[in-house]
Design a protein around this ligand. Structure first.
Ligand SMILES: Nc1nc2c(ncn2[C@@H]2O[C@H](COP(=O)(O)OP(=O)(O)OP(=O)(O)O)[C@@H](O)[C@H]2O)c(=O)[nH]1
Ligand SMILES: [Mg+2]
Length: 177
């Protein structure tokens, strides 16, 4: 029913990650169920996505280098951060790592769970979750609840698991936020 839908609690999520990682493609795959041809995001896109007993207000932020300093202006009140990484972008995985560890230091995010999406798993040269976890040094993260999920924004594989991980960390799903 429309009315009960409107009253579902809202969780505030930010999609961050380098340009071309697939953040916008994931946003529209989740909200529309379709692959939308995207152009580089300048600023942000926002969409509501219903999942079980919550609504996710997902802010998709532009990932180009000159836009990354603005990510932090969206962090206040965030219930989860989703960092999207292009699993084929070996050349820039070090940059992605540095952006990830930079956001982990942000005080606004001190209690916020971090989901890392290893996107573009449909491409044959994609790094595996194990390789990505190693190159991103995820196991050295001690001060955040984090998880890595393999996914593909084109066929949607892994995206429901991503939502389930976030849901489990909300009050409705048994978590604290
Ligand atoms: N093969 C494949 N291509 C993908 C996948 N996800 C996204 N893409 C493609 O990657 C390109 C960049 O996707 P976007 O969603 O625009 O990337 P973005 O992270 O939003 O980039 P910025 O807005 O510049 O930060 C597009 O051509 C997408 O079609 C995927 O899982 N597999
Ligand atoms: Mg985008």
């Amino acid at each position: 029913m429309v009315i009960s839908y409107l009253y579902l609690p809202i969780q505030f999520i930010c999609h961050v990650g380098l340009d071309n990682a697939g953040k916008t493609t994931i946003l529209y795959k989740l909200s529309l169920g379709e692959v939308v041809k995207s152009t580089a995001t300048i600023g942000s896109n926002v969409e509501m996505v219903k999942y079980k007993n919550i609504q996710l207000e997902i802010w998709d932020l532009g990932g180009q280098q000159n836009l990354r300093p603005f990510w932090a202006t969206y962090y206040k009140g965030a219930d989860a951060i989703v960092m999207v990484v292009d699993s084929t972008d070996r050349a820039r995985v070090g940059v992605a790592k540095s952006e990830l560890f930079n956001l982990l230091e942000n005080e606004e995010l001190s209690k916020v769970p971090i989901l890392v999406l290893a996107n573009k798993q449909d491409l044959k040269d994609a790094m595996t979750v194990e390789e990505m976890s190693t190159v991103l040094s995820l196991h050295s993260i001690r001060n955040h609840d984090w998880h890595m999920q393999a996914c593909c924004a084109i066929n949607g594989i892994g995206l429901m698991e991503a939502l389930a991980w976030i849901h489990a960390r909300t009050k409705g799903g048994g978590g604290n936020s």
